[in-house]
Design a protein around this ligand. Structure first.
Ligand SMILES: Cc1ncc(COP(=O)(O)O)c(C=O)c1O
Length: 275
């Protein structure tokens, strides 16, 4: 089962995994997952935060529902790692993947990560084995013997330059509690919505991100006619968000370095562009 609203890469991979294992792939929206689960469900791939709308899905309850059906829960954390507490161990998540170039600030093209639940690590059979996931990486053995633990999820030669940049980005987190980051993220996104309501002429944008804190990641998505051209003009003026087809303006708020003055300016410039 795959999140019908998933980011394309995840959907393509789920499709190829299903093809290679002879399973049937079923796209289902996250809210429909509990009702769609059955004893033939093998695994469920969900996005923690929807990349388009910024909606945060309920990881603890969806994971529990997936487990009650005897399936594995696989979460994509691209839009939550570094933005909010996730609690993979606490909620018994089986597998998770994510990128480090968003809220972890690793820079363009920085490495992805893989999480494997502790008691699955020695049973985890990687579909992409490489020299760097071998128990003896420099042994150059013809036969594959997986390394112990999650390291078996590695593949081949790592991107060393990207790893170094990521290491520096992660050092910034030393002594930072993710709960504090989450509190600032919610304050930033609340403030952005307030400023948009105050500045942007009525009816020009419609917020598609849920207002409830429990259902919001660290982005605000605004539906807006001609969103592609609007975002181009925003970027020209130093307000760097992005555009998602067909009509969504997406603003990501990285609490470690985005401040309230940036947020106010972004909403003001948006109002000017739309005036
Ligand atoms: C939810 C989600 N998953 C995955 C990715 C990217 O995955 P990849 O770089 O492996 O294509 C993104 C990138 O924006 C994303 O938003």
């Amino acid at each position: 089962m795959v999140d019908a609203t998933t980011f394309p890469t995840d959907g393509y991979i789920a499709e190829s995994a299903a093809r290679m294992t002879g399973c049937t792939l079923r796209p289902v929206t996250p809210s429909e997952v509990p009702g769609a689960l059955g004893d033939r469900t093998a695994a469920v791939l969900l996005n923690h935060v929807d990349y388009r709308t910024g909606r945060l899905h309920d990881l603890p309850s969806l994971t529990a529902a997936v487990h009650a059906a005897g399936a594995y829960a696989v979460w994509d954390l691209c839009h939550s790692a570094g933005a909010l507490p996730v609690g993979l161990d606490r909620h018994g998540v089986d597998l998770a993947v994510g990128c480090t170039y968003k809220y972890l600030n690793g820079g363009p093209g920085s490495p992805a990560f893989l999480y494997v639940r502790a008691d699955l690590q020695d049973r985890f059979d990687s579909p992409l084995p490489g020299w760097n996931s071998h128990a003896e990486p420099f042994g150059m053995r013809p036969g594959y013997e997986p390394a112990a633990g999650a390291v078996r999820g590695r593949v081949g030669t790592p991107d060393i330059l990207s790893m170094l940049a990521l290491e520096a980005a992660l050092e910034v987190w030393d002594g930072v509690a993710v709960d504090t980051v989450r509190a600032k993220s919610l304050a930033l996104t609340d403030f952005f919505l307030e400023c948009v309501e105050e500045y942007v002429p009525e009816g020009r944008v419609a917020c598609v991100t849920p207002r409830a804190h429990a259902e919001r990641g660290s982005q605000i998505a605004l539906r807006c006619p001609d969103a592609g051209a609007v975002m181009e003009r925003l970027i020209e003026r130093g307000v760097v968000g992005d555009f998602r087809h067909p009509d969504v303006l997406r603003f990501g708020f990285t609490p470690l370095y985005v401040g309230f003055a940036d947020v106010e300016r972004a909403a003001r410039v948006l109002a000017e562009v739309l005036a």
